[in-house]
Design a protein around this ligand. Structure first.
Ligand code: SF4
Length: 256
């Protein structure tokens, strides 16, 4: 069972700032991320305690509009993400709390201690959010519709066989997203961009491997002044989006 979490004083202050004021300055962000990397009060998961792994929904939208859904779980024992069906068959699985599309669902498991590698907390273990991805050829117009319908902050652009290639962030299309949400007429100049492919406007994705140490992920966020990082598996397929607050909980939280 999940215990109450405690934080060191700077960690608690950072968490409260994040909750109350999501637009913290980059200076503040750098400050607490740097603290996280160095703080000695960080503790890994307690060995022997039941582990709760969030279910990470993955949705990929193809050029023809087809949606492919998947549910994955980061497994501490294997140090990689696995399809939820693997957990269903796993002898260590105690309970699966499935919810709408995997959102908010989790897997409780108690693997034998000898099977749990003595490794630092991995980036994948801190994930609380899956990904929504589009094929690189999907039109920008359809990406805007996706942002409006789902209230997303970012969309992953996939290329070769579904591997992560880039990211389109909400801020890149903010005006079009707002206009479409309010059913305002299309502005002049938008016509050309709307019919470009997502790959034409994406930024290269900053990624980290799911089994990389969480500390390395946090250090990469601090260095790149980023609040989120795309986590991929060993083959380059997107697994989830690591957000700074989730990293704070996983790296800094501990059980009383
Ligand atoms: S139930 Fe089995 S496969 Fe799933 S996370 Fe736990 S140990 Fe890994």
């Amino acid at each position: 069972m999940q215990g109450r979490r405690s934080f060191c004083v700077p960690g608690r202050a950072a968490l409260e700032r994040q909750r109350g004021k999501p637009s913290d300055s980059k200076r503040t962000q750098r400050h607490w991320l740097a603290h996280l990397v160095q703080c000695q009060s960080t503790m890994p998961f307690e060995s022997g305690a039941p582990r709760q792994h969030p279910i990470l929904p993955t949705e990929v939208i193809d050029l023809d509009g087809k949606h492919r859904h998947g549910l994955r779980v980061f497994c501490d024992t294997r140090q990689r993400s696995v399809p939820l069906d693997i957990c269903r068959e796993c002898p260590s699985c105690a309970r699966i709390t499935d919810s709408e599309g995997g959102r908010g669902g989790s897997v409780d498991c108690t693997p034998p201690l000898e099977l749990v590698p003595d490794a630092p907390v991995a980036a994948g273990a801190a994930l609380r959010r899956g990904v929504v991805a589009v094929d690189a050829a999907v039109l920008v117009r359809d990406v805007v519709a996706l942002f409006v319908e789902r209230g997303l902050r970012l969309v992953v652009v996939t290329g070769d066989a579904g591997r992560a290639e880039g990211i389109v962030h909400e801020s890149q299309l903010l005006r079009e997203i707002q206009d479409q949400a309010r059913s305002l007429p299309t502005r002049l100049g938008w016509g050309l961009t709307a019919f470009e492919s997502a790959s034409a406007i994406m930024f290269p994705a900053t990624t980290i491997l799911e089994h990389a140490p969480l500390r390395a992920a946090v250090a990469a966020m601090a260095t790149g002044h980023q609040r989120q990082l795309l986590v991929v598996d060993a083959d380059g397929f997107p697994v989830g989006v690591l957000v700074d607050v989730d990293a704070l909980h996983a790296l800094h939280g501990r059980r009383d």
